[in-house]
Design a protein around this ligand. Structure first.
Ligand SMILES: Cc1cc2nc3c(=O)[nH]c(=O)nc-3n(C[C@H](O)[C@H](O)[C@H](O)COP(=O)(O)OP(=O)(O)OC[C@H]3O[C@@H](n4cnc5c(N)ncnc54)[C@H](O)[C@@H]3O)c2cc1C
Length: 402
């Protein structure tokens, strides 16, 4: 089977499916002009904790898309340091979903809105000709499209076929799910727990316990995120420790490491006839999260793809500029800046301030939800952090020689 389309979207996850949805609902791109190609058949398993910021859900609601799947509402967050609860902050942050349900519902919605969906067919070849791109699929079919959107996630084959390099480091994640345990006070109260204790073992990230639901039964998604700044450290031993503290034996679960591609200052966003969206472009370096970010990026990309359909030319540089200047782009860049400050060798002061100051915690929750912080909030955070740094240096013991 082959075909000719205005746009070929490689990957039917949140980035690809919402891009097609925004094209149809915000830009009136008619049926059959967009094809979504995914190597998997949906519903497909996607290893993920499934926490989606209300920011991403709001963007979908703006175009009257309500993804109605089983979920747990996140009512707040607790920041832990091992057994000690540093902060509890109550706020409606979004929902935790099963990715197999959520992604399937979003993709079927894009299909109802007119996108052609080809599942079980991966992209294996990409060539540029006079009529645009020819995409070769794993089913041996060729299709032609004027614009290619890479939305194929952390292991993006499209990136490789376009000859793009990878960031100098990728994050690592391990995830598992278990039933609720007596130790799970946070998740039982619909709170997401972030435990920073693994920092003490050199992990540049956190251990998490999130409430979730599996086939109608309450469960807990657990895992570890390692930003991998200094590269080469394996987060599994720290995960084993965190699980042991919760009465769980790591040897009883099968675990696989998953990479994440961070969005950083020099991240590529597009080129002649192609754009990158979602994790194929990059995700939040500090939290390792990317579902809401994928949806928000897709909304911006849709504007530029729609303009390309109308004019025949894709202004990829304009997409890159708009993305970086947008709230989600600034959020991703702030996160890339924050990551080494929070998890790096001198991150202790940052972490202490961000986790113990109620104001910093509340600001963090607003930031997570995509609410504007404004100049006043940034100034207050900078002053608070400066004071925390000054207190630490004043308390530092003077050396015997001084
Ligand atoms: C363990 C783990 C936990 C996470 N937890 C969270 C969390 O709680 N909250 C959060 O916001 N983010 C989380 N993330 C990150 C989140 O999963 C991703 O950022 C998000 O899925 C990005 O969406 P996407 O649409 O860009 O890519 P994906 O969801 O990865 O979708 C890409 C799609 O492309 C398809 N594909 C791949 N190769 C090809 C090919 N050659 N041809 C055609 N199709 C192809 C895949 O089958 C897939 O369906 C987590 C990630 C991991 C690994």
């Amino acid at each position: 089977m082959s075909g000719s389309f205005d746009v070929a979207v490689v990957g039917g996850g949140p980035a690809g499916a919402s891009l097609a949805t925004f094209l149809a609902r915000e830009h009136g791109v008619g049926p059959g002009r967009v094809v979504i190609l995914d190597k998997a058949r949906f519903p497909r398993e996607k290893p993920c904790a499934g926490a989606i910021s209300s920011w991403g859900l709001r963007a979908l609601r703006d175009v009257d898309v309500h993804v109605d799947v089983p979920c747990v509402e996140m009512r707040g967050v607790r920041v832990l340091d091992g057994d000690n609860v540093q902060t509890t902050h109550m706020s409606d942050l979004g929902v935790v979903v099963r990715r197999s349900d959520f992604d399937h519902a979003l993709l079927r919605g894009a299909e109802r809105d007119g996108a052609r969906v080809r599942e079980g067919e991966g992209l294996v070849g990409l060539t540029r000709g006079a009529d645009g791109w020819t995409l070769r699929t794993s089913a041996g079919a060729d299709m032609v499209a004027r614009v290619v959107v890479a939305a194929d996630g952390a292991g993006s084959v499209t990136r490789r076929l376009l000859g793009l390099g990878e960031p100098h480091r990728k994050g690592h994640l391990y995830v598992l799910e278990t039933g609720e345990r007596p130790e799970d006070a946070g998740p039982r109260g619909d709170l997401c727990d972030f435990d920073l204790a693994p920092n003490g073992a050199g992990i540049e990230g956190y251990y998490w316990d999130f409430p979730t639901t599996i086939a109608g039964t309450r469960a807990v998604s657990r895992g570890i995120y390692h930003a991998n700044l200094s590269r080469g450290r394996e987060p599994k031993p720290a995960l084993a420790t965190s699980l042991r503290e919760r009465g769980l034996d790591i040897a009883s679960v099968r675990l696989k490491p998953f990479p994440t591609r961070p969005f950083v200052a020099g991240s590529q966003t597009g080129g002649d006839g192609w754009l990158l969206v979602g994790e194929a472009c990059g995700i939040d370096a500090t939290t390792g999260e990317g579902i809401a970010q994928a949806i928000l990026m897709a909304r911006i990309a849709a504007r530029h793809v729609a303009a390309a359909i109308r004019s025949g030319a894709l202004d990829h540089a304009a997409y890159g500029r708009e993305l970086r200047a947008s709230r989600v782009g600034r959020h991703l860049l702030q996160s890339a800046w924050l990551c080494p400050h929070v998890y790096g060798p001198r991150g202790g002061v940052f972490r202490r301030y961000l986790t113990r100051s109620p104001y910093a915690c509340a600001s963090g929750a607003r930031w997570y939800k995509g609410e504007p912080l404004g100049f006043g909030a940034h100034a207050r955070l900078a002053i608070g952090l400066g004071a925390a740094l000054a207190t630490i240096s004043l308390r530092r013991p003077t050396s015997a020689r001084a």
